[in-house]
Design a protein around this ligand. Sequence first.
Ligand code: APR
Length: 312
Amino acid sequence: MRKKITVVGAGNVGATVAQRLFERGYADIVLVDIVEGLPQGKALDMLESGPVLGTDSTITGTNSYADTANSDVAVITAGIARKPGMSRDDLLFTNMDIVGGVAEQIAKYSPHCILIVVSNPLDAMAQQALDVTKFPRERVIGMAGILDTARFRTFLATEVNASVEDVQAYVLGGHGDTMVPLVQSTNVAGIPISNLLSKEVLDPIVQRARDGGAEIVGLLKTGSAFYAPSAAVAQMVDAIILDKKRILPCAAYLKGEYGIDGLYIGVPVKLGANGIEEVIEVELSEEERANLDKSAAAVTELLEAMNNRTDK
Ligand code: APR
């Protein structure tokens, strides 16, 4: 029997995630949304691409969580997206309610699933999903680091005129303005990036990666990025479904690792059939360490705003 994957939110990110996963052919997909007809229509359209693509998986659209029962993996993309001028943090209370409600339903029908959270502000929404589902931390993972790292790698590969595959980098920290690209360990086929690019060239690239999401929002005007985010989600799902034990930067709930306790933040983790199988602690420079603490403080601020919310 094929694995079962639920994607909640049939908007830009969710539908593209569903498409990428359906085309993998290793799982049956259920696409959920509150808007009637939207997930059904998109799922049927994708299903009808199966004969052309040679995919025998099924994809179903629904407004009912009963159809998601016994999923192996669930991806939450439900929520509102940024408009120009908005930060991810401006989405906090609206998406907190949406993600909370969705996570509750997912936990009810698929108590053993691995949950990937995509809705923003990412680290706070992962926390919300963990609190609501009461799943172990291994099974509630946030998608951010792969995307932030992919943006960084894209710009670096263009600058050094090398394959994106040969540019290795990590972006840690919260998924926001305080994200932390690890410049010291960034390399092109093993050659440190600092040997290839001067600080004057590198600094604006780091900043562009930090602002990568806002750059897309500014261009699109009516929504936020979804092609690169959905590719990042699919890479996480691959690692879980195929038990690849890939080491990828994801938002994980830390219990003392990196000196951070009780907080979601982007760090390298080993992803396999059990979800997060290990939090990998890499050595950080003093500056990177300080930036990670700053990033953790920004995430803490959001959590405090959620806890102190008065309109609950
Ligand atoms: N249950 C299910 N679906 C919901 C709910 C809910 N309670 N509330 C909203 N949705 C659906 C909307 O109907 C819409 O189809 O979520 C979808 C969101 O789609 P888009 O508006 O296209 O947003 P998208 O670009 O996909 O971003 C979704 O991911 O990257 C993050 O910041 C982004 O938080 C945003 C989320």
